[in-house]
Design a protein around this ligand. Structure first.
Ligand code: GDP
Ligand code: MG
Length: 168
């Protein structure tokens, strides 16, 4: 099995931390080589069962100028090409306008591409607060799976990777 994945979310939710954490697992390689001039391979993670290729989509944010509009177009193109979309939010923060803007973008991919939501930084909240948080995001009706994780201490990263594999 093999497939393309991208992780999107507002700045500081922990996307790079997660990528680095996955690199720490065996048989991962990172690449700075653009696959085309526009789409960028961040990481190829290989398990016995699958090869998962993580693509960078840095332009998923409300554009402020012409370059931003161009980047958004490129990122939308990438979103349309991947096999699984992963969105990430911060467990320690309320849903913000930037999160909401991203969810709206994702509406366009509903029923086309499986979407996983990672609620990151669960090390910063108490265990009883986790379930209500999951419920809150489940109400959006966007995500096939919602997984609470801690990118910094590795909690549930294995579950995320096996969920990804199950969609390939
Ligand atoms: P990005 O902008 O989405 O790529 O976010 P980064 O990966 O750069 O992380 C932003 C900040 O959040 C950094 O200070 C990270 O150390 C911190 N961070 C990332 N993941 C976690 C986590 O699971 N728990 C906690 N407590 N902090 C995290
Ligand atoms: Mg980053």
């Amino acid at each position: 099995k093999s497939g393309f994945v991208t992780i999107i979310g507002r700045p500081n939710v922990g996307k790079s931390t997660l990528i680095n954490r996955i690199v720490g697992e065996k048989l991962s390689i990172t690449s700075n080589k653009p696959q085309t001039t526009r789409n960028k391979i961040q990481l190829i993670h290989t398990t016995q069962e699958a090869q998962i290729i993580f693509m960078d989509t840095p332009g998923i944010q409300k554009p402020k100028n012409k370059l931003g509009t161009y980047m958004l177009g490129v990122s939308r193109e990438t979103l349309g090409e991947v096999d699984v979309i992963t969105a990430m939010v911060d467990a320690s923060k309320k849903i913000g306008s930037m999160d909401q803007w991203i969810f709206k973008e994702l509406e366009g991919f509903k029923d086309k591409t499986p979407m996983i939501l990672l609620i990151n930084k669960i090390d910063e909240i108490s265990k009883p607060d986790t379930l209500p948080l999951i419920d809150q995001y489940a109400k959006l009706n966007l995500f096939e799976e919602i997984i609470p994780i801690s990118a910094i201490n590795g909690e549930n990263i294995g579950e995320y990777l096996s969920t990804l594999e199950s969609f390939l």
